[in-house]
Design a protein around this ligand. Structure first.
Ligand code: ADP
Ligand code: MG
Ligand code: MG
Ligand code: MG
Ligand code: MG
Ligand code: MG
Length: 702
């Protein structure tokens, strides 16, 4: 993440002649990583979170909350302050990392070094997040605040929503190009998505129809008048694109057909990529463990998306969805008409069912529990790359996963890299494809020249308004991953059902009203309930005798699956009988005789650890919170925001979230995070106190 690269370099090389060698090098680089790391074994649990912030700039006189576009300045200050700190301390946790993100109002942060499996580390997550937030805050202007908000409610509303103000320009009816980070890569992404698909981004999100919303709703804020956009500008834009031999979307198209009635129309990549999220990366002891954790997280992705729902307002309107994912997926979708299957294949090679940002299409574990029938959706892959991988000795499942990622063209290529990258020591081309396949879960191989092992990244969660919530979901997921390993849990359901869950997860109030496909019996054969037996958590990274012995309580969370039941124990039931529809409450708290619920599994795992009672109490604040979210006794941020808007004195019950409502909402969000404003139906009584206690006990000073 250095200085902004030259724009030309990033623009180059989306021609076929350059895409192909880039992909070939990418495969070679994966094979090199494979050779180096396939037998790598015994890596400890290391893990870390990523949190994205939006910087809000308050104008208290005009009652306007805007997006502050000072990303470069803020990041420069943070980086200077971190290098100054380096002179005084060797504690890397005090020097978190801050990263650039797509929009110029965004900043990303991660802990200064990954956490270990110690309980202390688990319990320092919230204070570390709080510390990072304060560091960002410290480098802002007095009227600015970092908020962990998934989607900015008034992004793209006519009027002033950025600081400083810029006019929308040729690339969008609603957004100025200046809203995109100054880093060339991001501009190239946005341009190339539009160029490749041949039409402008067009998202139509269902509007939440309120009592006084006009019907049919024809959005009066879409500039229908062509004169708003001088002919000249359009033509220059078209001519520029025509030079590259690509079909040009015309504004007439957007105006006349793209925007649907009763929907919120959005026409730029930034509506999706300008969203903030919460991510988690975990290291596994070896490649097979990473593949199993990856697979177990796949069905969890929609479940956690629904539970963290936090984005109910788009372009100034209440929407009928609670989550960002469909917008993100649509915005990153660069498939051509051929690839969408709308016209016969001629210039492209594949009909591709999904956007490059979408839920995972293939389970990859080589374990017997991964039945071939679970991979039941069309996931095209590049046959030549697949053959190369298989001929190299990689099994079909993993080869297919990689060859599936590599059906995409690179989104941007740096011309220097293409000719200078050394496949032995670089993974640049592999990463170029890997990191532009934005799936709900990512399988990360050990990069060259790095101490990191095989990792899995969990990417579906929406960022939460408070560090308490963000910590709770991160802690819960880490513990769940440990329960998966310790009890050898089986979460498999057909991928088509995971996809169905993805769309259900985003519906309004899915947590309380939705039903989700989930596996009825997640315990391996021989287990009645995890509380009735105490499996070893020392796992497959230790000798077999130990795995079946009576375990000592563990001091720390470890990698490694415990026992792997032999396939002979496995009673084969038809796949359709393995899962059923459950409410969120049932998924987390249990259903029937065989399914104890995710929280009981986490509790059973905690019982295998040697945890001091006060620490266990602190962990239970997080698990209790997750329980209350799941059973609906605490609102999601999305539901709370809807309530806030609908009970605002100036709301007209017409779906419109005005500048004033948005201002009051942003003020409230900041006050909630600081513990100044208490909303008992949204957060537990002691959420802010537990944070302060955590701080007192920890090294992080506010
Ligand atoms: P990306 O944006 O590609 O996902 P980042 O560098 O932003 O990557 O975030 C990576 C996350 O992985 C951070 O939370 C970091 O703390 C964590 N991390 C770093 N090293 C390891 C490791 N060896 N194992 C697991 N997680 C790690
Ligand atoms: Mg990151
Ligand atoms: Mg990154
Ligand atoms: Mg990010
Ligand atoms: Mg402009
Ligand atoms: Mg990430």
């Amino acid at each position: 993440h250095g200085s902004p690269e030259s724009r030309n370099a990033a623009h180059m090389g989306r021609d076929k002649q350059v895409c192909r060698p880039c992909q070939e090098h990418g495969i070679t680089q994966f094979l090199r990583m494979w050779d180096r790391a396939k037998d790598r074994h015994g890596d400890e649990l290391l893990w870390g979170d990523e949190i994205e912030y939006m910087v809000i700039s308050f104008d208290d006189k005009k009652k306007n909350a805007k997006l502050s576009l000072r990303q470069s300045e803020v990041l420069a200050k943070l980086s200077k302050s971190m290098s100054d700190l380096k002179a005084d301390t060797s504690d890397s946790m005090l020097m978190p990392t801050f990263h650039v993100e797509y929009a110029r109002y965004m900043v990303e942060s991660s802990p200064g070094s990954p956490y270990t499996g110690s309980i202390q580390d688990l319990l320092s997550v919230e204070s570390n997040m709080h510390y990072r937030r304060l560091l960002v805050r410290k480098h802002l202007h007095v009227n600015e605040v970092p908020v962990t908000l998934t989607a900015f409610p008034r992004l793209g509303v006519s009027g002033i929503f950025t600081d400083p103000y810029f006019n929308p320009d040729k690339h969008s009816l609603f957004l100025p190009e200046e809203i995109i980070s100054q880093h060339a890569r991001y501009h190239a992404f946005a341009d190339n998505i539009g160029n490749r698909k041949g039409v402008k981004v067009s998202v139509n999100l269902p509007l939440f129809i309120d009592e006084k919303t006009p019907r049919p709703f024809v959005d009066p804020t879409i500039p229908w008048e062509r004169s708003l956009y001088p002919e000249g500008a359009d033509e220059a834009f078209c001519a520029e694109k025509a030079q590259n031999g690509r079909r040009i979307p015309h504004y007439a198209e957007a105006r006349n057909s793209a925007a649907l009635n009763d929907h919120i129309y959005m026409d730029a990549v930034c509506f999706g990529w300008g969203c903030c999220c919460l991510q988690l990366t975990l290291q596994s002891c070896n490649v097979e463990e990473a593949r199993r954790v990856y697979d177990a997280f796949i069905p969890m992705a929609p479940i956690m998306l629904a539970l963290t729902a936090a984005s109910p307002i788009w372009r100034g309107y209440l929407s009928d969805v609670d989550c960002r994912w469909s917008v993100l997926s649509n915005c990153a979708d660069d498939r051509t008409e051929e690839e969408r299957g709308r016209v016969p294949l001629k210039n492209n090679r594949y009909v591709i069912p999904k956007s490059r940002c979408d839920s995972v299409s293939l389970y990859i574990s080589a374990d017997w529990s991964n039945k071939p029938t679970y991979n039941d959706i069309d996931a095209p892959y590049n046959q030549e790359f697949y053959n190369r991988l298989v001929n190299h000795g990689i099994d079909g499942l993993l080869s297919r996963h990689i060859a599936h990622l590599f059906i995409r063209d690179p989104l941007a290529i740096y011309s220097e890299a293409l000719y200078q990258d050394d496949d032995e020591t670089s993974n640049g081309h592999f990463e170029n494809l890997q990191s532009t396949n934005w799936q709900t879960v990512r399988f990360k191989p050990p990069p060259p020249r790095s101490p990191m092992g095989w990792r899995v990244e969990f990417r579906s969660m929406e960022v939460q308004l408070t560090d308490f919530e963000n910590a709770a979901f991160v802690v819960f997921n880490v513990l769940l991953s440990r329960a998966i390993l310790a009890f050898n849990l089986n979460f498999y359901i057909p991928i088509s059902k995971v996809d169905e869950n993805m769309s259900r997860a985003q519906k309004r109030d899915a947590v309380r009203q939705g039903k989700f496909f989930f596996r009825k019996n997640v315990l391996p054969p021989g287990y009645i309930s995890p509380t009735m037996t105490t499996p070893s958590s020392s796992g497959s990274c230790s000798p077999v005798e130990e795995q079946y012995g009576i375990p000592q309580k563990e001091k720390r969370m470890r990698n490694g699956f415990s026992r792997v039941p032999p396939p002979s124990l496995f009673v084969d039931t038809p796949v359709e009988d393995e899962y059923e529809e459950m409410s969120m409450e049932e998924i987390f708290n249990g259903k029937g005789a065989t399914f104890p619920g995710l929280l009981s599994l986490v509790e059973a795992y905690l019982d295998t650890l040697d945890i001091d009672p006060p620490e266990r109490l602190r962990i239970s604040k997080y698990t209790d919170f997750v329980r209350r979210r799941a059973n609906g006794s605490l609102l999601t941020a999305a539901s709370w925001m809807r309530q806030f808007v609908r009970s605002h004195p100036s709301y007209k019950f017409d779906s419109v979230v005005s500048q004033e409502i948005n201002y009051d909402l942003m003020v409230a969000i900041d006050e909630i995070e600081r513990g100044v404003l208490r909303i008992p139906e949204f957060l537990p009584q002691d959420y802010a106190r537990s944070r302060v206690n955590g701080l007192n006990e920890s090294k992080y000073e506010p």
